[in-house]
Design a binder for this molecule. Structure first.
Ligand code: MG
Length: 172
């Protein structure tokens, strides 16, 4: 049985994932304002991923007979001084998400809530990927600099990113 406290924390994380989607949507809009369509696409795909994460929580909460409660969201950061600042903000945000997932896992383990532990494992793995992806992008951006051919090449590369939700088998 998922305790009331754990249910509350699962709800909080669902809402935090929805909030994350807004963070990346704001970054997509910023990239669009710089006419960097590839970066815009990259952030739009990331926003979709976050929505997918939120819906995983939503579905899990319902599966265990909980009640998903949608909260209001604080305004994300909309203005950035540079692309580097935006990506650095994304990386720092993902570190916070990882910390939150770990705290949720701590609570699930404390309560010996094995189903929730199993559910959260997917997010533990996912966070390694998310942080690695932003770290790599930040490094690449630093290498190519804020303008010129390198940036155009990187933008073209990011235009290729598509959202593919994992299959059921991969989600286990
Ligand atoms: Mg997420």
């Amino acid at each position: 049985m998922v305790s009331e406290k754990l249910m509350e924390k699962l709800n909080e994380q669902m809402n935090f994932e929805f909030l994350s989607a807004n963070y990346y949507l704001a970054m997509a809009a910023y990239a669009s304002s710089l006419d960097l369509d590839g970066f815009e696409n990259f952030f739009l795909v990331q926003a979709e991923e976050e929505r997918f994460h939120a819906m995983k929580f939503y579905n899990y909460i319902n599966e265990v007979d909980g009640r998903a409660k949608i909260s209001s969201y604080t305004e994300p950061k909309n203005d950035f001084n540079s692309l580097e600042e935006a990506i650095n903000t994304a990386l720092e945000h993902e570190k916070i998400v990882t910390d939150r997932i770990y705290k949720l896992m701590d609570l699930a383990q404390e309560e010996k809530e094995y189903a929730t532990i199993s559910f959260l494992k997917w997010f533990v793995d996912e966070q390694i990927e998310e942080m690695g992806m932003f770290k790599k992008l930040l490094q690449n951006l630093k290498r190519v600099g804020a303008s010129g051919n390198g940036l155009i090449m990187l933008d073209k590369e990011l235009a290729q990113r598509t959202f593919t939700p994992p299959t059921d088998a991969e989600q286990q």
